[in-house]
Write a protein that binds this ligand. Structure first.
Ligand SMILES: O=C(O)c1ccccc1N[C@@H]1O[C@H](COP(=O)(O)O)[C@@H](O)[C@H]1O
Length: 230
């Protein structure tokens, strides 16, 4: 499987067009991130999910919610089939989602790394038994910030986590077009499935930047970029 590029936090059809036009394989749509700068209403999520699919990419619901009934309703309404649990949801949420939409979902569970400390380490086997399809390795800052930290993970720390997993993983945390070379060993790992980016896909004003997204896809040789240059 070619490595995937996910970019997080589209809020308009123009964002979706920019991201999918410059190499994004997965477009992150926020719902259930209270107060989040890219939080979408349900109608907006429906619209942006349809636009993402129409552009040949995959929408992914990014959420802090652990409410399976609510998430099931959102997934049913939007037709989104990938869900990213980016908070501290427990394995029961993963199992509940698969039970609610059997055979239909790809569930991505974030694993937080703060320096060399891997917070969910005791729960990895339970997440795998619950049916987590992919893990996502991301930075947790010293002051507790989760998501869009722009802080790079140490490649050695990421590898140590990857070695404990029995599933594919996406890598996140301060990734950019210029630091691909720091992660050769991570990219070569048998479970590496791609990257997830926010900060470096944007300009100084916080808007998605076509050149930045395209440069990330090119530097990391992700799937839609590869298809376009093949
Ligand atoms: O982008 C956010 O603020 C965010 C909020 C809530 C959940 C996830 C969020 N983004 C995730 O942040 C990382 C990448 O961030 P960066 O490249 O280090 O800025 C990625 O996993 C996004 O899905």
């Amino acid at each position: 499987m070619s490595a995937l590029l996910k970019v997080c936090g589209a809020t308009s059809t123009a964002d979706v067009a920019l991201l999918t036009g410059h190499g994004a394989d997965l477009v992150g749509l926020w719902h259930g991130i209270p107060g989040g700068r890219a939080e979408l209403s349900l109608p907006a999520a429906v619209e942006l999910a349809a636009a993402t699919r129409a552009a040949g990419a995959e929408p992914i619901l990014v959420t802090f919610s652990k409410d399976v009934a609510v998430l099931r309703a959102v997934l049913a309404e939007t037709g989104i089939r990938w869900v990213q649990l980016h908070a501290y949801q427990l394995p029961a949420t993963v199992a509940g989602l698969h039970a609610a939409l059997p055979g239909a979902l790809t569930v991505v569970k974030v694993l937080h790394l703060r320096g060399g400390t891997f917070l969910e380490r005791p729960l990895v086997a339970a997440y795998e038994r619950a049916g987590t399809d992919l893990f996502l390795l991301d930075t947790l800052t010293d002051d507790g910030q989760v998501g869009s930290t722009g802080q790079a993970l140490d490649a050695g720390d990421a590898l140590a986590v990857a070695d404990r997993l029995d599933r594919p993983f996406l890598l996140a945390g301060g990734l950019s077009a210029t630091n691909r070379g720091d992660y050769d060993a991570v990219v070569a790992h048998r479970h590496y499935a791609g990257i997830d980016v926010d900060t470096s896909a944007r300009d100084d004003a916080g808007r998605f930047a076509a050149g930045a997204v395209g440069a990330i896809a090119a530097a990391w040789h992700t799937a839609r970029y590869r298809k376009e240059v093949a």
